[in-house]
Design a binder for this molecule. Structure first.
Ligand SMILES: Nc1ncnc2c1ncn2[C@@H]1O[C@H](COP(=O)(O)OP(=O)(O)O)[C@@H](O)[C@H]1O
Ligand SMILES: [Mg+2]
Length: 360
């Protein structure tokens, strides 16, 4: 249970079971989204993101728990009575209507006065940077432009909340990144709360104020992009977001309040208050420097290079050290000099080792 009266959207113990499905699609989710927030649901396909969004929109009812909008239980309220709009990937414009007519459509349905409609259409097309396209038909637009018009139409009536379900999924990488900036900027400008569904971690990290990482219908971790990136709570979050080494072993107390993490033949000093017992640590690839000059306070180990993977702007060096596979990066063009079988130092700072909670 959560105190949710100040949240625009809250899910309170929400579970969704579909007929004929053994496992629930959404399993006991608690969530509170604040006014004006860009909030993302991030997770792999099938993790329950769309189901959450459809319950917020009112297209599905929770099997258990409550959906609250502005503190009011809307579990029985139909979609058209909620002050919520949804944009999804295949969100279709009316093909026979111009851009301006498409954007005006929801306002006409709401019987707004004509001068107000004209003014609002101009304003919202400006916000999505589509001024000048008013009289085009949808087939005369690119995919990215159509998606902007769809956004303008969704925002025209100034909904309290905009839900977006993988809206950029059909666009190529470059256009997607451009649209990410447009969307983020737009959201800041209009101040409407956005709930954004994506399976793309880069997208969620770059746009969100906060995000919930989902797996198997549950929230694995909820926090800011920096929280989930630098302080992943579980092995799932650590490996789903970014690239990381997961080191399994155990922690034992040493002398003078120190502790050590033993992982195969490696012994790594860790914070003295890390609880003893079985442990998994996350160590990001970019935190591991291969063949780099020493820094004070770092953990420095001798490793054998197993593979050098060239990625363009960087290279990943797969090494083996004390029976453990550790992947790191070589700074600058350092990877050019490295090859399989080389003996090199690998180094990281103790603070880059993040202790994870074991998964149930
Ligand atoms: N209408 C439905 N009927 C039955 N099962 C569904 C339905 N919608 C989704 N599911 C199942 O629920 C799980 C979560 O789906 P979904 O919410 O679409 O996840 P995501 O959006 O993260 O891919 C999946 O296993 C999916 O197959
Ligand atoms: Mg989905």
């Amino acid at each position: 249970m959560i105190a949710s009266t100040d949240a625009v959207v809250a899910l309170d113990g929400v579970t969704k079971r579909y007929p004929g499905q053994a496992a629930p699609a959404v399993d006991g989710v608690d969530l509170a989204i604040r006014q004006g927030e860009f909030f993302s649901l991030l997770g792999p396909s099938g993790s329950g993101k769309t189901s959450c969004l459809r319950m917020i929109a009112g297209f599905e009812r929770p099997s258990e728990g409550r959906v609250l909008l502005d503190g009011i239980d809307v579990s029985g309220v139909p979609p058209y009575r909620r002050d919520v709009n949804t944009v999804f990937q295949g969100y279709a414009l009316f093909p026979h209507m111009t851009v301006a007519e498409n954007v005006a459509y929801p306002l006409r349905m709401a019987r707004r006065p004509r001068p107000e409609i004209t003014a609002r259409v101009g304003e919202v097309l400006g916000q999505v940077e589509m001024t000048g396209f008013e009289s085009r038909l949808p087939h005369q637009l690119s995919g990215g432009q159509r998606q902007r018009v769809a956004l303008a139409r969704a925002l025209a009536g100034r909904p309290r909340l905009l839900l977006l379900d993988e809206p950029l999924g059909a666009l190529d990488l470059q256009l997607r990144q451009q649209m990410q900036r447009v969307l983020k900027h737009l959201q800041e400008q209009v101040g409407i709360t956005f709930v954004y569904v994506t399976h793309d971690q880069g997208e969620a990290l770059s746009m969100s104020d906060r995000l919930a990482v989902m797996a198997r219908g549950r929230i694995e971790q909820l926090g800011t992009p920096r929280d989930v990136y630098y302080r992943p709570a579980t092995p799932f979050v650590a490996s789903f977001i970014g690239k990381t080494n997961l080191l399994h072993g155990s922690v034992a107390a040493g002398d003078a309040g120190s502790s050590a993490f033993r992982c195969a033949d490696l012994v790594i000093p860790v914070a003295g208050d890390d609880p003893a017992g079985p442990a998994t640590y996350s160590l990001r690839y970019e935190a591991v420097q291969v063949a780099a000059p020493p820094r004070s306070g770092e953990v420095r180990l001798e490793a054998d290079v197993e593979e050098v993977v060239f990625l363009g702007e960087s290279a990943e060096i797969v090494t083996r050290v004390g029976g453990v596979r550790i992947v790191g990066r070589a700074p600058g063009t350092g990877s050019l000099a490295l090859g399989t079988g080389d003996r090199v130092p690998v180094a990281f700072l103790p603070a880059d080792l993040v202790r994870l909670h074991e998964q149930a």
